[in-house]
Design a protein around this ligand. Structure first.
Ligand SMILES: Nc1ncnc2c1ncn2[C@@H]1O[C@H](COP(=O)(O)OP(=O)(O)OP(=O)(O)O)[C@@H](O)[C@H]1O
Ligand SMILES: [Mg+2]
Length: 345
């Protein structure tokens, strides 16, 4: 008959493929119970959006099956997202927020907001608690994308607080300002605006806060990187050569600011605009390619109509592209947490 020591020893031989450490020393195995030939335990993943769960399950089952006398194996799944690793000299974390993930590009209109919203919903659907912040304070995008009215909080009652949409906690200056108000903020004002959006809002407890940045190396992007510790940045690029060059500039900017870049996602991949440019750029820059989102009318209509495709048609091929992206981003986030930890140790 197996015993729990034998089970733990067997599981210590299973490696998490992303984190490259055994699942026992990672603390992923809990509640081991052995009753005759029946073995059960809980596997606690580092993110509910784990892309490699099937592989981990197969490896775990093989390891346990190899033990003498095992008749049955019951695995319970759970996930605990950990806080981002703190880098030396990094700005203060946001209260209650474990990981800040920024969505950036050097060029406008490449689909940052589309990616931010669908990525956030995909993470929430996987079971994570997720917030989304519209850091584009001069031209907020989230009211439209999430189908929330501009100026909905304009009466000032209750101050700036999160609104619930598609399972997300959302904050945008667009909720506060009456429709049509021109926001002409410059330099230092942009910085304090972003600081308030980040730190003065009660986010509650979040696994991931997705920040939809305005395009370019504008004041808002720079102050974001200086106002809050960012776990990592997702750079959005279209397939065209110029767009890829722009993405390269964005990567350079975050590198100089000491902010980790998770990788590049190619948006609007198509037979007309081409595809593969962003993957080639990622390769050249030595960073991760996070996936490809197709150019697709359904994605545009859903986003511009205030009902993102991951929420309205989660089973569709287009939505699944965002789900895969979310898994890649969540995995990068976990990997950097552990890398930060082992270099700090
Ligand atoms: N994969 C896609 N397929 C079709 N349309 C898309 C796709 N991604 C984004 N769009 C559309 O392209 C337009 C620009 O996208 P979006 O607003 O997300 O870009 P952005 O980078 O946030 O822009 P800005 O720099 O102005 O903030 C929108 O109309 C959006 O619906
Ligand atoms: Mg936008």
């Amino acid at each position: 008959m197996p015993d729990s020591d034998a089970v733990m020893t067997a599981l210590a031989g299973v490696t998490d493929p992303e984190l490259r450490r055994d699942i026992v020393s990672l603390g992923m195995v809990r509640n081991v119970a052995v009753d005759g030939g029946r073995v059960s335990f809980t596997l606690v993943l580092t993110t509910p959006a784990c892309p490699l769960r099937d592989q981990i399950e197969a490896d775990v089952r093989a390891a346990i099956d190899a033990l003498d006398g095992v008749e049955d194996l019951a695995i319970e799944w759970d996930a605990e997202v950990r806080g981002q690793a703190m880098r030396e000299g990094a700005p203060a974390p946001i209260k209650g927020v474990k990981n800040v993930i920024a969505i950036a590009s050097n060029k406008g209109g490449v689909g940052k907001s589309t990616v931010a919203v669908n990525l956030a919903i995909a993470l929430a659907d996987a079971g994570a608690s997720v917030g989304i912040l519209d850091a584009d304070i001069t031209g907020p995008n989230l009211p439209t994308m999430l189908g929330l009215d501009e100026g909905i909080l304009a009466d000032g009652q209750g101050g700036l607080h999160t609104l619930e949409a598609f399972g997300l906690k959302a904050v945008s200056l667009g909720f506060v300002l009456p429709k049509g108000t021109p926001v002409i903020w410059r330099g230092p004002m942009v910085g304090s605006g972003v600081r308030q959006l980040l730190h003065d809002v009660d986010w509650g407890e979040l696994d991931y806060l997705i920040v939809d940045l305005p395009p370019g190396t504008s004041d808002a992007s720079m102050s974001m990187a200086q106002e809050a510790a960012i776990a990592g940045v997702v750079i959005v690029s279209t397939p065209q050569k110029v767009a890829v060059e722009d993405a390269t500039k964005a990567v350079g900017m975050f590198d100089r600011l000491g902010v980790p870049v998770f990788g590049i996602v190619e948006n609007m991949a198509s037979d007309i605009f081409g595809r593969g440019g962003a993957a080639a750029a990622a390769d050249e820059l030595g960073i991760e390619f996070l996936g490809e989102i197709p150019l697709d009318a359904a994605i545009r209509e859903a986003g511009d109509g205030g009902a993102p495709i991951v929420a309205t048609d989660p089973g569709s091929e287009q939505a699944q592209a965002f789900v895969r992206l979310a898994e890649q981003v969540a995995a990068r986030c976990s990997v950097l947490q552990y890398a930060g930890e082992s270099s700090a140790a």
